[in-house]
Design a binder for this molecule. Sequence first.
Ligand SMILES: O=P(O)(O)OC[C@H]1O[C@](O)(CO)[C@@H](O)[C@@H]1O
Length: 616
Amino acid sequence: MASVSGLCSSFPSLKPNNRIGGELSPVRKDSLAVSTRSNSSFKHSVARELSADLSKTNDVAGLKQAKQDGLEKDPKALWRRYVDWLYQHKELGLYLDVSRIGFSDEFVSEMEPRFQAAFKAMEELERGAIANPDEGRMVGHYWLRNAKLAPNPFLQVQIDKTLAAVCDFADAVISGKIKPPSPEGRFTQILSVGIGGSALGPQFVAEALAPDNPPLKIRFIDNTDPAGIDHQIAQLGPELASTLVIVISKSGGTPETRNGLLEVQKAFREAGLDFAKQGVAITQENSLLDNTARIEGWVARFPMFDWVGGRTSEMSAVGLLPAALQGVDIREMLIGASMMDEATRSTVLRKNPAALLALCWYWATDGIGSKDMVVLPYKDSLLLFSRYLQQLVMESLGKEFDLDGNRVNQGISVYGNKGSTDQHAYIQQLREGVHNFFVTFIEVLRDRPPGHDWELEPGVTCGDYLFGMLQGTRSALYANDRESITVTVQEVTPRSVGALIALYERAVGIYASLVNINAYHQPGVEAGKKAAGEVLALQKRVLAVLNEASCEDPAESLTLQEIADRCHAPDDIEMIYKIIEHMAANDRALIAEGDCGSPYSLKVFLGECNVDELYA
Ligand SMILES: O=P(O)(O)OC[C@H]1O[C@](O)(CO)[C@@H](O)[C@@H]1O
C-alpha cells in the first residue's frame, strides 16, 4: 500500500521565483487598470472589427490575409514552422506544438505590446494586486505552490501551516492514527461533498493519479440530485462506518453542498453512526460550514483562503487533502506547478507556453470566442481534464462586461472527452461539418509502465494504435483547415498533472488580460441561484394554498388558475404548473382531474391537512 508519509512530512522549499524586482509591496489597483485599458482599446480595434467585418481594412492586415489564405500546406514549410515554434520544457518533459494554428508573423508582432501588458498585469497579480476588482480580492493561487511569493509573511505562514496540516492529517489517517469509531479501526473510503471548483479538481486528479489500490478510495457527491446521492451512499454500504466525509465549500453556504451534507448526515443517523467523528470541513474561516463543523466537533477543519478562487483551488487543501489521502505525491504536484509557473513568467512570447496558448486561443477565436475549444486527451486517465478545463476557462472567461464596463459577452466554449474514443462519436462532424472549433490534443508519450508492453501484431502495440489515431486525426483535421494545438507530456505523473493545471491557469489569466475581462469573479452564476431561490419560495406558497384548501375540505381540488390567483402570482402560472407537475410525480400532490399533458384540465389537491403548517 502506498504511503504519503515522508512524501508529505518534510517539504523541501520549492524553487525560488524569478519575479522581476522581487519586492513584496502590493501594487495599486489603478496601475493594473492602466495596462488593461490599453488591452481594451486593442480588443476593440482588432477582435470586434475582425469578426464583424473581415473585408474592412484594420490594423491586423496580416491576420486577415493569413485567414483568407488558409493554412500552410507545403510539407517542408510546415515542418519548418513546426520546428520554429516548438516549445519544450526540458525538465518537465513537456512540449507545446502550435504549428497547426495559422497565425502569421505579422499577427504575432501586432499582439506583442498586448502580451507585454498582460505579462505586466500577471506580475502585478502575483505581487498581490487586487486583480479581482469587483470582489476587491487578491488572486493568489500561484502562491500556493511557492509560499515565498505571497505578498506578506502572514500569508506565507498560512500557506505553509495548511500544507503541513494537510500532510500530517493524511499521514495520520493512512497510518490509522486517526481512525473512525467502527471496529475496523481504519478509514477505507472518502466521500467528498462539494460542487464546481470544490469538486472538479479533486475528481480530475483522482482519475488521473490515484493508484489502483489507494489507501483510501474516493467517491463524490457533487449535486443535489437525491438519486445520485442515494447511489453513492448505497455503494458505500457497510463501509459508511469507515468513510471519511470531506465537505468542501469555499463560501460554506452553497445549497447543493449543504443538501449533500444533510443527506449524508441523515444516512449516518439511520446507520447509527456519529457523523462528527467522521466529518472534515474545507472552507473559509467562520463560514456557515466552518461554524457547523466547529460546533459539532468534526474530526478536522482546513482553511480555504479568500484569495483562492474555487476553480483555481486544486493546489490548496481542496485538492491536496483528497489527493494525499489517496496516496498521490502532492509534493510532486506542487513542484510541477511551481516549475510551470516559473516558465510561464517569461516575458518572451515564444518561451512562455501559457502565452503561446493564449495567442492560439486569440487567433483561433478572433479574440471573441467565435470558435469552441475541443480538448482531446489521448489517455484514459486524463478523461476529466476537459471537464476540469471547462469550468476553469468558461467560468473565468465567460463574461458580459469588460473591465471598463463595455458589454462584450466574452468567453470560449470548452468540451471534449478523450481520444480515440471520441473518434467514434463526434469527430466526423469536426472533420467535415460545421467549422466552429479548434482542437487541443493532449499526447502522453509513455504508453505503459516500462516492461509491460507487448506487440499485439508484428511491430505494433496497443499504444501504437492510440498514437496513430492521434496523429491521424490531427493530420486529417488539418488537411481540412481545422486548426489544432498539441500538448505533449512524457507520462501522467503528479508532476506533469501539476504542470498542466498551472499551464492552463496562467493561459486563462493571460488571455483574460488580452480581452480585458476579470477572470476571477462569476457574477453570472448568481442569476441562476437567485431564480432557483424564487422558485422554491413560490413552491412554499403553492403548498400553503393547497394545504389551506385541504384543511377546509380534504376533497377540494384547485385548478392551476385558482392556485395562481390564491398565491397572488397570476403571471407565474407556468412555473406553478411545473411545480405541480414535479410534486405530482413525487406523490406530494394528488391529481383529482385531468393530467399534466392538458394543463387547463388539471385539478390538484393535497388530500390531507397539515394543521401545524396552517398556523405556521
Ligand atoms: O466552493 P463553493 O463556495 O461551495 O462554490 C462552489 C462553486 O460555485 C461557484 O461559486 C459557482 O456558483 C463556483 O465558482 C464554485 O467553484
